[in-house]
Design a protein around this ligand. Structure first.
Ligand code: GCV
Length: 692
C-alpha cells in the first residue's frame, strides 16, 4: 500500500498556475523527494529507467528501489512484476514499463501493491501517415516530426534527435513499443538509400526507449526504384529484389520490425495487379523478412467500386484466404467495416479468420471526429469495440479476446493506432487529443481497462499539481477534495460523454459517412458530384428518399448481416431488436417508423441532433466553470476550440435536419430549438471551401 503522508490542503498562499504548452505529455512532475535506485544490470534502456525514477519520484524521501532483470515464467513479453520497492522483469524494456507504471500510480494516488502486469498485445504500434515531403495525411497537428522536404531533408540535427527522443519517451511511458514511420499510401522512395539512412538515424534514437521501427512499403517498389519490369510477387527477380532490400535494411537496423502494406486499395498497387492474391503478396514479403524475425502487417482495408456493398468487401476478399498466410503475417483490420466512422459495428472479420493472425487498427487522429478542433475522447469508442461480442466461439468471444491470443493462439499479437502526432508544440493540436494518444497506449497494454479509469488517470496526470509545501499539498493536488469534486469529476464526465455527443450531432442512429467532400470534417449528406465514385459519396450510405432513410444490409438488401455470427445476425436483421445505435447502418426505414423511445424515426433524429448540440454547450459551461483550476494557456486554448466545436455542431444539426427534411417532409418537433443556419448558406460555404 502507498504510505499515507499527512496531507493538508493549503489555501492561503497566493496561487499561480504555471503556464503549460502540453509538450511534456503526462511526464510533467518533478520529484518530490530523492530516491536511491539500485540496478545491477547496465544498458541504455535501464539508464533511462533509473533516470526517470529519480526525476519523477513522488514517494517518501530516501527510499531505495531495486530494478531486477531476471527470468520469471509468470511474466510475458514486456511484462513486469511490481512491488513497493522493487520492479522485476524479463527484459530491460519490461523494467522501463514498470518504472512508468510506478510513477503513474504515485501521481494518481493508486497503491503500489505486489502485482504482475502483462501486456494484452505483444506489439503495440503507432502508424504514422507521414509523407516524405513532411505533410501528414489526415494529420491536424502540424508537420511530420520525421520527414521534411528541401535541401535539408536528410540532415539529422540535434534538435531533431531531441524531438525523436521526446517522442520515444512519451510512447514508452504508455507502453507503445513500435512505430511505422511513413504513410500507408507509401512512396517507393522510402526504400532508397537516403531515406533508409534517415530511418536508421530515427531507429537509433527510438531503440533505447524500447520502440521498434517499421516502414510502410509500396508494392510496386521493385518496378519504380528497382527498375524491374514487374512487381509480380511470384517472379523470381522480384522475390530476390525484396530479399536483398530486406537484407540491406537489417544491415542498418538490426532490430527492424517489418513492413506495413496497403495493397490494391484506393489506387495503391498490389499483387492483384499481376493476377495474384493478397496471400501471395504478403507471403513473398514475409519470406524475405522471416530470417531476420520481421513481420508483415497486411491491411484488410480493401474495397473497389463494385456492386457489392463496401461494408462487405474486406470480409469477402480475405475469408477465402484464411489459412493461406505465413505465420509472420498479421492481417490488420480497421475496427469497423467501412472507415473509422464516429460509430460502426465491429468488422465481421474479427473472430472469423481462425487460421490467420488478425490485429485491430484504430484511428487516434480524429479524421472523422472533428480533427484537432473537437474535444472527443475516443477511449469510450475503443472500449465499445474491444468489448463487442463476436459470438464466434460462444458468448464472451469479444474482439479483444479474439485478437489478443486468449481464444486462439497467434504467433504474434498486435494492435495499431493511426497517430495524431505532429510538430505542434503539444504534439496533437488539441490538449484533449493527447488523451487519445494516452488512451491508445493504455488499452494496447491492457485491453480490458475502462475508459473511465483512463480518463481519470489522464486528467490527474495532465492537470493536477501534486507538489507540496513540506507535508502540505497545494490546491490543485489530487488529494484535494475540492479539486476532485469541482475539476476532476466534471471534466471526466465531459470526456466520457464527448464521443456520444459527436455521434449525436454528426450521425446518430447508425448514419455514417455523410461528410462533405473528402476533407471529412463538416456535413455534406448532399455531396455527390458527377464523376465521383458512388462509394465515396454520402447518398450511397444514407440512401434517403421520400420513403425513408438508411442502408438496408439485411437479407432484403446487401445481406451484410450474414457476415456476423448468430445471434448477432438475427439481432441486427430485425429493426425491433437491432440496437438503435446501428439502426440505419442495417436498415432502410420509413420516416414514421417507431423507434425504441416511442418516437418516430424523424422525430428521434431531430432529438438526437439537437441533443448533440446541447451536449457541446454543456461542455463549454463545464470548461468555463473550471477556469481557476487550469493554467491560462491551456484554459484559453481549449475554451476557444470548444467555441468552434459548438458552432460546428450547430451547423451539423442544421445541415442534416434541413437536408433530410426535404425527403421526410415532416416538421421539426415543437420543443426542439429551430435551426439557425439556412441550408442554402451552408451549401454555398461548402462550395466556396472546395473551390479554395
Ligand atoms: C491513408 C481513409 C482515409 C485515407 C486513408 C485510408 C486508409 O480512406 O481517408 O486518407 O489513407 O483511409 O486507411 O488507407
Amino acid at each position: 500500500m502507498r504510505e499515507i503522508i499527512p496531507i493538508f490542503i493549503f489555501t492561503l498562499l497566493p496561487f499561480i498556475l504555471q503556464a503549460e504548452d502540453g509538450h511534456s505529455f503526462w511526464l510533467r512532475a518533478n520529484n518530490t523527494a530523492p530516491v536511491e535506485v539500485i540496478c545491477p544490470k547496465k544498458s541504455a534502456t535501464l539508464r533511462i529507467a533509473e533516470q526517470e525514477l529519480r526525476q519523477g519520484w513522488q514517494g517518501k524521501a530516501n527510499e531505495k528501489i531495486t530494478l531486477i532483470v531476471k527470468n520469471d515464467n509468470s511474466l510475458k513479453n514486456d511484462g513486469f512484476r511490481l512491488a513497493k520497492n522493487r520492479i522485476q522483469a524479463n527484459t530491460d524494456r519490461g523494467i522501463l514499463y514498470g518504472v512508468y507504471e510506478m510513477l503513474r500510480r504515485q501521481q494518481t494516488g493508486q497503491p503500489i501493491d505486489e502485482e504482475v502486469c502483462n501486456p494484452s498485445y505483444q506489439r503495440r504500434i503507432l502508424n504514422h501517415w507521414d509523407n516524405l515531403d513532411g505533410t501528414i495525411e489526415r494529420g491536424y497537428a502540424g508537420h511530420s516530426i520525421f520527414w521534411r522536404k528541401g535541401a535539408d531533408a536528410f540532415v539529422v540535427t540535434e534538435s531533431y534527435k531531441r524531438l525523436w527522443q521526446e517522442y520515444a519517451r512519451a510512447n514508452a511511458s504508455i507502453g507503445i513499443n513500435g512505430t511505422v514511420l511513413n504513410n500507408v499510401n507509401a512512396s517507393p522512395s522510402i526504400l532508397t538509400a537516403d531515406y533508409l539512412q534517415r530511418t536508421k538515424a530515427i531507429a537509433d534514437v527510438l531503440r533505447p526507449y524500447g520502440i521498434t521501427t517499421y516502414l510502410s512499403i509500396n508494392f510496386a517498389s521493385p518496378q519504380v526504384i528497382g527498375e524491374l519490369k514487374t512487381a509480380d510477387p511470384l517472379d523470381p527477380d522480384v522475390v530476390n529484389w525484396w530479399k536483398e532490400k530486406v537484407k540491406e535494411i537489417y544491415s542498418l537496423i538490426p532490430d527492424f520490425g517489418g513492413f506495413l502494406v496497403k495493397a490494391n486499395s484506393e489506387g495503391q498497387p498490389g499483387p492483384q495487379d499481376f493476377g495474384r492474391t493478397h496471400a501471395d503478396g504478403a507471403n513473398m514479403l514475409a519470406d524475405a523478412l522471416a530470417p531476420f524475425g520481421g513481420i508483415v502487417m497486411w491491411r484488410a482495408f480493401v474495397y473497389n467500386p463494385s456492386d457489392e456493398d463496401r461494408a462487405k468487401q474486406a470480409y469477402s476478399e480475405f475469408m477465402p484466404l484464411d489459412g493461406q498466410f505465413r505465420d509472420n503475417v498479421i492481417i490488420q483490420v480497421k475496427n469497423g467495416p467501412i472507415d473509422f466512422q464516429p460509430r460502426e459495428p465491429f468488422s465481421p472479420l474479427f473472430g472469423a479468420m481462425k487460421k490467420t493472425a488478425v490485429m485491430p487498427e484504430l484511428q487516434i487522429t480524429q479524421e472523422y471526429l472533428g480533427q484537432s478542433v473537437h474535444l472527443v475522447f475516443l477511449a469510450t469508442m475503443w472500449e465499445e469495440f474491444l468489448k463487442s461480442d463476436t459470438y464466434r466461439f460462444g458468448k464472451g468471444s469479444t474482439v479483444a479476446r479474439c485478437t489478443d491470443g486468449s481464444i486462439f493462439s497467434q504467433k504474434y499479437t498486435a494492435i495499431a493506432g493511426v497517430a495524431n502526432i505532429g510538430s505542434d508544440v503539444n504534439w496533437c493540436g488539441h490538449h484533449f487529443a493527447q488523451a487519445n494518444w494516452y488512451a491508445f497506449g493504455r488499452l494496447a497494454w491492457n485491453n480490458s481497462l475502462l475508459s473511465e479509469q483512463i480518463a481519470d488517470e489522464w486528467i490527474k496526470l495532465t492537470f493536477s499539481d501534486n507538489s507540496r509545501e513540506g507535508e502540505i499539498a497545494v490546491e490543485n493536488s489530487i488529494y484535494s477534495p475540492d479539486w476532485q469534486v469541482n475539476f476532476l469529476q466534471p471534466v471526466k464526465q465531459m470526456m466520457l460523454n464527448s464521443r456520444e455527443a459527436a455521434v449525436n450531432y454528426m450521425m446518430p442512429l447508425g448514419l455514417h459517412h455523410i461528410f462533405a467532400a473528402d476533407h471529412h470534417y463538416g456535413p455534406g449528406p448532399w455531396w455527390a458530384p458527377e464523376g465521383v465514385r458512388k462509394d465515396w459519396t454520402p447518398p450511397y450510405y444514407h440512401q434517403a428518399d421520400t420513403n425513408g432513410i438508411g442502408f438496408d444490409r439485411t437479407a432484403s438488401g446487401s445481406n451484410a448481416v450474414n457476415q456476423y455470427h448468430e445471434p448477432l445476425r438475427s439481432l441486427f436483421s430485425d429493426p425491433k431488436t437491432c440496437p438503435d445505435i446501428y439502426l440505419l447502418w442495417f436498415h432502410h426505414l420509413s420516416w414514421n417508423h417507431i423507434v425504441k423511445s416511442g418516437r418516430t424515426l424523424w422525430n428521434e433524429m431531430c432529438y438526437r441532433y439537437d441533443m448533440g448540440v446541447q451536449q457541446v454547450r454543456e461542455f463549454q459551461q463545464i470548461w468555463d466553470e473550471v477556469e481557476s483550476y487550469v493554467d491560462e494557456e491551456r484554459f484559453v486554448h481549449v475554451q476557444s476550440k470548444l467555441r468552434d466545436q459548438a458552432i460546428n455542431a450547430q451547423v451539423w444539426k442544421d445541415a442534416c435536419l434541413l437536408y433530410f427534411q426535404q425527403f421526410s417532409k415532416l416538421p421539426i418537433p415543437g420543443d426542439i430549438e429551430r435551426p439557425v443556419n439556412n441550408l442554402k448558406d451552408i451549401l454555398s460555404k461548402d462550395r466556396k471551401r472546395k473551390n479554395q
